[in-house]
Design a protein around this ligand. Sequence first.
Ligand code: NAD
Length: 495
Amino acid sequence: MNHIAHWIDGAETAGASGRTAPVFNPATGEQIAEVDLASTAEVGEAVKKAKEAGRAWREASLSKRSAVLFKFRELLASRTGELAAIVTREHGKVLADAAGEVARGLENVEFATGIPHLMKGSFSEQAATGVDVYSIRQPLGVVAGITPFNFPAMVPLWMCATAIASGNAFVLKPSEKDPSAALWLARLWKEAGLPDGVFTVLNGDKEAVDALLTHPDIAAVSFVGSTPIAKYIYETGTAHGKRVQALGGAKNHMIVLPDAELDAAADAAISAGYGAAGERCMAISVVVAVGDIADPLVEAIAARLPKIRIGDGTDPASEMGPLISAQHRDKVAGYIEAGAAEGATVVADGRSGDLPEDGFFLGATLLDDVTPQMTVYTDEIFGPVLSVVRVDSYAEAVQLVNDNEYGNGTAIFTRDGGAARQFQFDVNAGMVGVNVPIPVPVAYYSFGGWKASLFGDTHMYGPDGIHFFTRSKVVTSRWPDPGTSAIDLGFPQTR
Ligand code: NAD
């Protein structure tokens, strides 16, 4: 049995808590490893090492830090396949999708190579006579990242690239369901020349998370996961004086207007609804069909479903892999039952059909005539279940999106530029696609939702990431001519 340990002070470190969790290959259903779960004491030890390393790393020049980032970028780009294989083995998504995840993470590393430019402050000469004012940004110290199972490479890269480039020590607590990608990244950072202790991996569950959230030396926590946990992380972390950004779950709507290009909309619904078996926070889970397009759209989506090739992600022919666990597969299947009981029309039922015998597979499911009261609509299902809600007008469609608890991503499909522009103005969501179903922003913008999809105020990467992992200091400076120095007890004025 493969044993997955921690990564502390630049080396693999076996856990001492005596607690472990099983790691499965979801495509076969076999347990392939066990991962150590860190205790509060182990978290304390690791943070101590990270703090020491962070002090020295903060002093490394911007060009030295940038050089490490460039080297890390080269290694990651040349070994994408290796990391993608690890992701597929423990998460289940198909290899091409896993490589796509790595590529989107790599973008964040590329962004962070520009750290000398990104850390620039501003300077105002002669703010008052003989007085200059300037701002600088400084790292926070030791910062933590807590990440979900569904992007075991990309989400840690969203965080660690900017956190490390801006001079912090970064402690990662990856998902215990697929922890190996994090350790692979740790080895790569070392190979890229990152000093020991600047990147730490602590595997664990609630105990390790709570230890990080309450540790006095953790200055900030960046979290991605489900909404109830995100809320808990935000409340607990901020109550302990930390800066927190906590990204939560989603229910992403794709509005299809009557003038949309039908085939393109159906293709997009399939790709965004069933890619990664629906286990993406930016997956489309609700198609909102406006007016007459509903019948042909449902027909076009249904016609495409039997062509989706479901299988082991390591098989290049597979397009959709399994779900992360047997329990999650069963929970998602339960929603199909619930949808039918609540009055939805089951156009395609993923529980039936030709599925691989072993592993945590579920087929693509399409539910029509879904209403906002049904649990398949209100809950984040996080599986290959696409719901269609039929409405009569654009106004009703936007209202539906805006009334929803979540506000991560959304998309509109139309040929009408005016309607698309109105949508971008009206809609309450953090990321909007116009004929783009999964509008994950490029690394030099930022990623983040609204409403219950994000707790905190900064988004995840790009300039917001630099902002989150640094704090600003403003210096007011005078170099007086000793001949003109005088005592003045009045309040300083800018003259
Ligand atoms: P999760 O909330 O169960 O777990 C996320 C992290 O929190 C893991 O590291 C886990 O170990 C930890 N955790 C779990 N329960 C905890 C508890 N009770 N106390 C403290 N820590 C705990 O999420 P998941 O199932 O791994 O990931 C799927 C969820 O993440 C979905 O809801 C999805 O929408 C969301 N997600 C959101 C985004 C985004 O950017 N908004 C991106 C990816 C995933």
